[in-house]
Unconditional design. Structure first.
Length: 709
């Protein structure tokens, strides 16, 4: 038996970006394990990725091109050959492009985070075609925009050092479910005496294991952060030297924060003022008086409300106020992706756009429902006639799902989907193309939770007739007559182009060295901003952002209240008095892995956590089937009565494939297409609902649901 170990990388949308070792026996992958030598992975994988062979060899894998034979949404297809599929796509896209290429839209996101199989050959194809651009906002753009205005890029502390921190604030995240290797380090820090604080409306698995849990109402984090700033300034818990040398706009920030007393913020957030006083006092005292490292792990949950961008701005100011950046174990991390010297121009070739540097129209992926139902206004904003979906499942993951499904159901919309499985979105395809999984293709990865480049070497040959994304778009480009040399680049060529080798951060790193070693760390200081040097125009942390002022935005951190809250929408709140959030389920990654039977069996069925007092007021008991609803839609779920959900909040862990839910719906039936203050991002957690018993649906035995796991 021939056995090989292949170096690979996890492709999924997770900050850990794990280094993998794939065991291959006689051409078949039999085991996927974490690389014990990689300092981030340390030989450990999450439950999902440790079962990656179940995904690659799943009996429902798409292994041949398919053509729709039923109505849109029915999921009825007949197999066809690659030549027929590609000829059909090229003909249809060519006909539309001859009228107006902007009527063609790509739709993709982070189904793979790879630089090769993500936006390389695909971007080149759509740029050459002159298709509409996609504003890829659905996850991180509010926070990324906030960091760009504050720090100059998506940069932050290296969490490899967090074991030395004496205070760790986990703000808007549940790392047990979504950042496992950071959580391992947090537990080590706890054993060494660190205090752990969770800020989250929901008492998640991670929050339960922290020393203190502060539960603000969704969308109020900006007020909380400004109150912390207020206390730090009021009590002179400040590193005046760091502020003077490495920040801009302190006096203006002082004036802004003056209005956010702990009492006022407590009222806005629905928490105790004492919690604010305690946290600010501990944070400032440890950093300023005792010169000990304090760390904030900021995550994406808190940015998914109207004021999410400005809330990130406010939190991002905290480390510079107390000089936390001076130490490797201090500072803040939301993302490290901005450290990576990636050659986006070489990968995506925007110069191929007709009329470059003029751009085609841009469509926001977070409002795809409205975009697909828009009849257009002629030149400049034509009706979308063709949609090519890859690395995403918008019918499940995009907000206001009923509109998204209605748009995809248009008979005059030509839809192509590249996929591994027949997802909710795949059911609406006119042509369905089988794509390779991570074990079957080459890629190169950066990360957003650590600072290592990683290589993904193909472990096995593609199954069936599956092809890498790159090869699909390469063949389409040939059929469209695109003669530019870049369309003949191999995946190895593209991987070699991905890294800016002249950048000092990438010294000694190339595709050749990377694929041999598996991973290489960027050349960065242990404490990257100990002496300032932020990648802003000023080189400083910008409390006051001149760039924001020029862009017509409030240049200081601000509290922007939720769209849907009693204070801002009292009539709506009278009808729908409960806030709803839908954070990731531990065994799913967005909508990926939902169809892996062993993982879905662990999750059980869609459920809704509701506080005992809210449940009692509605006659809801543990195990009751309930209906959550608002003006946008409704869904059915099993009630879990638990004080993990604070009063006034319900929590539906997501994202279920709609077809695998009893009522064919998921949480995005209820979310809206409104956008955040910065970054044009979705407001998944800015959502009011009401919940009622779903009479006529048989409940599970109450004893089974008496306690939320």
């Amino acid at each position: 038996m021939a056995t090989r170990i292949i170096r690979a990388a996890c492709p999924h949308d997770c900050p850990d970006t794990c280094a993998l070792l794939v065991t291959v026996e006689d051409g078949r992958a039999v085991k996927v394990a974490g690389d014990p030598d990689h300092p981030g992975t340390q030989g450990v994988l999450c439950t999902k990725v440790s079962r990656y062979t179940e995904r690659t060899y799943h009996p429902d894998r798409l292994l041949t091109p398919m053509k729709r034979v039923g109505r849109k949404g029915e999921g009825k297809f007949a197999p066809i050959g690659w030549d027929e599929a590609l000829d059909l796509i090229a003909t249809r896209l060519g006909q539309i492009a001859a009228r107006d290429a902007q009527a063609i839209l790509p739709y993709s996101y982070a189904g793979t985070m790879g630089l090769v199989q993500g936006e390389s050959m695909a971007a080149r194809f759509f740029h050459k075609l002159g298709a509409s651009l996609l504003d890829r906002t659905i996850c991180a753009s509010a926070g990324a925009t906030a960091l760009r205005y504050t720090y100059g890029a998506s940069v932050g502390m290296d969490v490899e050092h967090v074991t030395e921190a004496k205070l760790i604030v986990i703000w808007g995240g549940n790392p047990i479910a979504s950042n496992l290797h950071f959580w391992t380090r947090v537990q080590e820090a706890k054993r060494r005496g660190a205090t752990l604080v969770a800020i989250d409306p929901y008492r998640s698995l991670s929050a339960e294991k922290c020393h203190r849990h502060i539960a603000p109402m969704p969308g109020t984090d900006g007020a909380l952060a400004l109150a912390l700033i207020h206390v730090l300034i009021r009590d002179d818990l400040l590193d005046h030297d760091y502020i003077a040398r490495h920040t801009v706009g302190f006096e203006a920030l002082r004036e802004r924060a003056q209005a956010f007393t702990p009492a006022r913020a407590a009222q806005i957030c629905g928490i105790a003022a004492d919690d604010i006083e305690w946290l600010a006092g501990l944070y400032g005292r440890l950093a300023v008086r005792e010169h000990l490292p304090v760390a904030i792990r900021l995550n994406y949950g808190m940015q998914r409300a109207h004021g999410g961008g400005q809330a990130v701005r406010a939190v991002a100011c905290l480390p510079s106020l107390v000089g936390a950046w001076r130490q490797p174990a201090g500072g803040l991390q939301l993302s490290t992706s901005g450290f990576f010297p990636v050659d986006g121009q070489a990968l995506q070739r925007p110069d191929l756009l007709p009329g470059w540097p003029a751009l085609p129209r841009t469509v926001n992926m977070s409002t795809i429902g409205d975009a697909l139902l828009d009849t257009g206004n002629g030149a400049g904003r034509p009706k979308i006639e063709a949609l090519v979906v890859y690395n995403s499942n918008p019918v499940a993951v995009a907000p206001e799902s009923a509109k998204v499904a209605a748009g995809f159901a248009r008979e005059d919309l030509f839809t192509v989907v590249l996929e591994h499985f027949r997802t909710d979105t795949a059911d609406y395809a006119d042509v369905l193309l089988p794509a390779t999984t991570q074990l079957e293709h080459v890629d190169v990865h950066k990360a957003y939770g650590h600072t290592y480049f990683l290589a993904n070497n193909a472990a096995v040959a593609p199954l069936g007739e599956a092809l890498p994304n790159t090869e699909i778009f390469r063949r389409l480009a040939q059929r469209m007559g695109f003669a530019d040399a870049c369309f003949t680049d191999s995946d190895e060529d593209i991987a070699a182009q991905a890294i800016l080798r002249d950048d000092p951060r990438a010294q000694g790193i190339s595709w050749e060295t990377l694929k041999a070693r598996g991973w290489q760390k960027l050349n960065l200081p242990a404490a990257p901003f100990a002496d300032g040097g932020f990648p802003t125009a000023s080189g400083k942390c910008e409390f006051y952002s001149e760039a924001m002022r020029r862009d017509g935005l409030d240049p200081l951190p601000a509290y922007v209240p939720p769209y849907e809250a009693p204070a801002t929408a009292p009539e709506l709140a009278s009808r729908y008095p409960l806030a709803m959030i839908s954070p990731p389920a531990r065994n799913f990654l967005n909508s990926t892995f939902v169809n892996v039977d062993s993982l879905r069996a662990t999750e059980g069925e869609p459920h809704l956590d509701i506080h005992p007092e809210d449940a009692a007021a509605r006659g809801i008991e543990a195990g009751t089937m309930v209906r959550a609803f608002n003006d946008r839609g409704s869904l059915l779920a099993r009630a879990r009565v638990t004080d993990r959900a604070r009063r006034g909040l319900v929590v539906g862990l997501s994202i279920w494939w709609k077809k695998l839910a009893a009522d064919g719906k998921n949480a995005n039936e209820l979310t809206s297409q409104r956008l955040t203050d910065l970054g044009r991002a979705p407001v998944f957690y800015d959502c009011l609902v009401e919940v009622e018993r779903a009479d006529g649906v048989v409940s599970a035995p109450a004893a089974e649901m008496a306690a939320a796991p």
